[in-house]
Design a protein around this ligand. Structure first.
Ligand code: GYE
Length: 310
């Protein structure tokens, strides 16, 4: 096989790498940017990408992973919609000798030999940053002046790592100030519509809401619609803190309708392809790769917007 020319196209052995990627869905602006990053960087790296969208359903992701095993891809990457319930299908991949890379979201499994590495954000830290801003801005956030800072929380998808961890980090940070408390908390499934509906019901059931903490921009944007429909001014009558920093979120932040955003970086594609090449070549990779992130207040959002990629 000595005279096979460079760029030769095979789907196994020395040819190009085939990756099966099982995506969560298309629930948010973050997810769209993440999918585009994965598609673009696969193309750039010459990796043959098989892509599926699970519409936020674990059973669909499991089906997709099984079909990648059947197709004998070189590597499987996925972002698990929820944390638990993966051991069986990951054991099947392991038995078939197909390496698995977790991206964006983690699994909760005792058997860490079921995947090679986990690339993604530290969601607990994101929640802590959101809570820390509130602790630092507590006086300004007691909008109704009753001495308490009453927070409603819009949670991400139930059982998803970012929903669990962001909630945990936030609770941890606000425990520093006994005046701050979460008075109601419900899932909006990381969607704009979900955020809007849950906020509508909170505005009816809860008195004296000072702050919304939304686990992503999209739910915060939905909450803004509900707040406006109730005749209130988002960002003033009710303060809003979100996570992600996608274009629509940053635009609302710069316009004063959101007060603070903790960044979560969706551009995981280049690092994922790099890890995939190493894993397929049998090289060692770190078991955890954490992405670097920042935070934005209203002024910083206005500055960052013109050059923001997504
Ligand atoms: O924050 C949210 C998306 O898993 C980090 O999923 C991701 C989250 C992101 O739906 O917008």
């Amino acid at each position: 096989d000595s005279d096979s020319s460079a760029g030769a196209d095979g789907d196994s052995g020395n040819g190009s790498i085939t990756m099966g990627f099982a995506q969560v869905g298309a629930e948010s602006g973050w997810r769209s940017a993440n999918t585009k990053s994965i598609e673009d960087s696969a193309k750039e790296a010459g990796i043959d990408l098989k892509f599926s969208d699970a519409q936020q359903k674990q059973e669909n992701q499991i089906k997709a992973i099984r079909s990648y095993i059947q197709q004998k891809v070189d590597v499987i990457a996925f972002s698990p919609v929820v944390e638990t319930g993966w051991d069986t299908v990951l054991q099947e991949a392991k038995r078939a000798n197909i390496p698995v890379i977790l991206t964006d979201r983690a699994v909760d499994s005792e058997d860490t030999s079921l995947y090679k590495t986990f690339l993604g954000s530290d969601f607990v830290e994101e929640g802590q940053k959101a809570g820390q801003w509130l602790v630092d801005n507590a006086a300004d956030s007691d909008v109704d002046g009753d001495g308490d800072i009453d927070v409603v929380q819009l949670e991400g998808t139930t059982g998803a790592a970012p929903a669990i961890d962001r909630g945990e980090g936030f609770a941890d940070a606000i425990s520093a100030d006994p005046k701050i408390s979460v008075i109601a908390s419900q899932t909006g499934d990381f969607t704009r519509d979900g955020g809007k509906q849950v906020m509508e019901s909170f505005l009816q059931s809860e008195k004296g809401i000072d702050v919304v903490f939304a686990h992503n921009d999209d739910m915060g944007l939905g909450a803004i619609e509900a707040i406006k429909a109730a005749g209130l001014t988002p960002g003033k009558d009710i303060k809003i803190i979100t996570v992600d920093a996608v274009k629509d979120g940053m635009t609302a932040l710069a316009a004063g309708e959101i007060n603070y955003i903790v960044e979560c970086n969706p551009l995981l594609g280049p690092q994922l392809m790099d890890l995939a090449e190493k894993v397929v070549a049998g090289e060692d990779v770190p078991e955890r790769v954490v992405t670097e992130e920042t935070t934005f207040d209203q002024e910083q959002a206005a500055e960052a917007l013109p050059t923001r990629e997504y």
